[in-house]
Design a binder for this molecule. Structure first.
Ligand code: NI
Length: 201
């Protein structure tokens, strides 16, 4: 009930309507507060996608590095960009330790988020950000492995190109083995994110 009330308030405020913090029951109560570690749910999986330079990137390239992963889309009207800015700031706050982490943005809207679009968008964020797109099936596979839900929302039938995408908005910290270490709600302040990440490094 508390979680439902929180979502209702979020909808009323117009915040996060298209960003669902679909968390396991154990983290529902952390959506509006300090994120807490939730053990190691089975989140994460292999991927073969294309980065903003057109290079093929598989998850194995990043074994041995930490990954900070966010799923979203470039046409997002609100918090996708904020989440990516917050991720970038958290990495800066970590100083040199932040270099151990590869920030990764994966689109859940590959139909519009081409390599060119991703390149332009990624330039707004952390200089080491890898922005990945790919075949819809490949995107679906990694999204599913990470427990990410997404669905197009038809806002205007006459403007099918301007659709919105309702999607899970969580930031995942993956370990050097590619498995989940912890996750954050999209509205986690960068300072909190950095302090939560630091002990893992
Ligand atoms: Ni978004």
């Amino acid at each position: 009930m508390i979680a439902f009330a929180a979502l209702a308030i979020a909808a009323w405020l117009g915040v996060g309507i298209y960003h669902i913090a679909t968390a396991p029951e154990s983290v529902q109560d952390s959506i509006w507060g300090i994120p807490k570690q939730i053990g190691t749910p089975d989140i994460g999986g292999p991927f073969r996608l294309v980065d903003q330079t057109g290079a093929l990137r598989s998850d194995s390239v990043y074994r041995g590095q930490y990954m900070l992963i966010y799923f979203g889309y470039t046409n997002c009207p609100d918090v996708c960009a904020i989440a990516l800015i917050d991720m970038s700031e958290a990495l800066e706050l970590l100083g040199e330790a932040g270099n151990l982490i590869r920030p990764i943005f994966i689109t859940i809207d590959p139909a519009r988020d081409t390599v060119e679009v991703m390149k332009e968008y990624a330039a707004n964020f952390h200089p080491r950000l890898v922005a990945l797109t790919g075949e819809e099936a490949a995107i679906d596979e990694v999204a599913k492995a990470c427990g990410v839900f997404s669905e197009r929302t038809a806002t205007d039938q006459e403007k099918v190109e301007s659709y919105l995408v309702q999607h899970t908005s969580r930031i995942y910290l993956m370990g050097v083995d590619g498995r989940l270490l912890t996750q954050f709600p999209y509205d986690t302040p960068p300072e909190e994110m950095a302090e939560s990440i630091r002990p893992f490094l």
